[in-house]
Design a protein around this ligand. Structure first.
Ligand code: NI
Length: 250
């Protein structure tokens, strides 16, 4: 049974054909739905209510930092207070698209980490072209469990991340022919410190690369991990699911 620790199942592209997406994930036993808007979050709560395989993450994405006002911060805090958010995320820093508001991203990132500390929930980190600032902020502020989602850094960066007692999550790009650091990182990452994810609808793994991604395709990520680490698929899947569930036990 497979674990998709990060998918955007309630974004419009996957929510519209939800029955079909669910039908394709009968072998997925644990799944976390990432929400970047309140609409996506309410949809995810609805799915979780009738299906215990699901966890729900909600947080303000770094790229949206300029639009996050006090009212929106309050919204997140209210849901945290009610215990409805399993993981705060994805939060972090993304300097790839636009470097003009790095400071706004950093302020939002720190505020959300502090909220996670207050309400004792793990955080899911989006880090793109911002490794140093991101790790500096995490070292200084993070007090709960950390997931580095869709890890794409170098093996050296991964070691720095592991020092933060984090889990490293691998996605479809490790299956690509031109995968840069991915396979080396998979090889170097201890099995009890890794997760698998799709980040669907993005980053579709081989053999469906180029098509819309969905949670059911996480099997191709876990198969690739087993192949790279030269381990039984069953052992890989079992340990990854244990790693995922450990985020929610104290
Ligand atoms: Ni994502």
């Amino acid at each position: 049974m497979y674990t998709d620790s990060h998918c955007h199942m309630t974004c419009d592209e996957l929510y519209d054909p939800l029955d079909e997406v669910l039908a394709h994930m009968s072998e997925v036993s644990s799944c976390m739905i990432m929400c970047t808007t309140e609409e996506e979050f309410l949809r995810a709560l609805h799915i979780k209510k009738s299906d215990p395989r699901f966890k729900v993450a909600f947080g303000w994405f770094p790229g949206d930092a300029r639009d996050i006002d006090e009212e929106k911060m309050q919204l997140i805090e209210n849901y945290l207070k009610q215990g409805l958010i399993d993981v705060l995320g994805e939060i972090g820093l993304d300097y790839y698209w636009d470097k003009s508001f790095n400071d706004v991203q950093q302020t939002l990132f720190i505020r959300q980490i502090e909220l996670a500390n207050t309400y004792h929930v793990p955080i899911s980190i989006h880090m793109r072209e911002a490794t140093k600032d991101c790790l500096d902020i995490l070292r200084a502020h993070a007090r709960t469990k950390i997931i580095f989602h869709c890890f794409s850094g170098s093996p050296e960066t991964m070691q720095e991340c592991l020092k933060l007692n984090s889990l490293i999550s691998f996605a479809g790009p490790i299956t690509f022919k031109n995968a840069r650091h991915g396979p080396d990182c998979v090889k170097a990452c201890p099995l009890d410190r890794m997760l698998s994810e799709t980040d669907s609808p993005y980053l579709t793994p081989v053999p469906y690369r180029g098509k819309r991604n969905e949670p059911g395709y996480v099997r191709y990520v876990e198969e690739k991990i087993a192949q790279i680490k030269d381990l039984e698929l069953e052992q890989v899947c079992r340990q990854i699911e244990n790693n995922f569930l450990s985020l929610f036990s104290n």
